[in-house]
Design a protein around this ligand. Structure first.
Ligand SMILES: CC(C)(COP(=O)(O)OP(=O)(O)OC[C@H]1O[C@@H](n2cnc3c(N)ncnc32)[C@H](O)[C@@H]1OP(=O)(O)O)[C@@H](O)C(=O)NCCC(=O)NCCS
Length: 181
């Protein structure tokens, strides 16, 4: 595997995390609209910890949930990328694709552009065979990204998220998959 500091697309740079990302990252995660399909908004400390975990994954594996920067003006938009599944995930071991953008960055195709580039990087540079993505049933915008980038719906792999209590409104998760070739 070749090391990569970043992925570049027509309009975006997917890169490592910087201290200057933290302020917009904390604001993004405090926005109830952005976090409406998560159990809660996140505190500043939780945001700092997640940014550090994302960067540690990039340092260790050469890929991860990249900070997404708009090339036109250098604005930090959120994250997109690939990450190893946690060992409590029913599909562990494997690699999942994920995305989260600030509200002002929605509706412009940025998530799909960044996610498609991440999949290409995964199947190309990283030599992965399979990438999955999943989200809570009501998260239609995220499911639309999965469809837009050509992932295949895998109803047989749907699961109840182990981090959520039984009966939680976000417990059921729908799975999508892409494979090499
Ligand atoms: C999931 C999320 C990233 C999707 O954002 P999004 O803006 O809907 O998705 P995209 O960036 O791919 O943009 C697609 C939209 O831009 C429009 N668009 C405009 N210009 C476009 C272009 N050049 N290319 C593609 N789409 C374009 C599309 O028509 C589409 O609009 P629609 O939603 O009205 O159909 C966003 O809702 C989000 O951050 N949510 C909160 C976090 C979250 O839930 N993450 C997923 C957890 S699993």
């Amino acid at each position: 595997m070749l090391a990569s500091d970043m992925i570049t697309t027509d309009r975006l740079i997917l890169r490592g995390w910087r201290d200057s990302d933290l302020e917009p990252w904390i604001a993004l995660n405090a926005d109830p609209e952005v976090m409406r399909f998560f159990p809660a908004t996140q505190t500043a400390d939780e945001c700092r910890a997640m940014a550090a975990r994302n960067q540690a994954h990039i340092d260790q594996h050469g890929f991860g949930l990249w900070a997404v920067e708009r090339r036109e003006d250098g604005a930090f938009l959120g994250f997109t990328g690939l990450t190893h599944l946690k060992d409590n995930n029913p599909m562990f071991p494997g690699v999942e694709a994920g995305w989260r953008l600030a509200r002002q960055a929605w509706g412009q195709g940025y998530a799909s552009e960044a996610a498609a580039a991440s999949l290409r990087d995964g199947f190309g540079r990283l030599g992965l065979q399979r990438i999955v993505a999943f989200t809570a049933v009501p998260n239609l915008p995220s499911q639309a990204v999965m469809a837009r980038i050509g992932m295949t719906r895998r109803e047989d792999l749907d699961f109840d998220h182990p981090a959520l209590p039984p009966g939680h409104r976000l417990e059921r998760h729908l799975v999508w998959e892409s494979r090499t070739g």
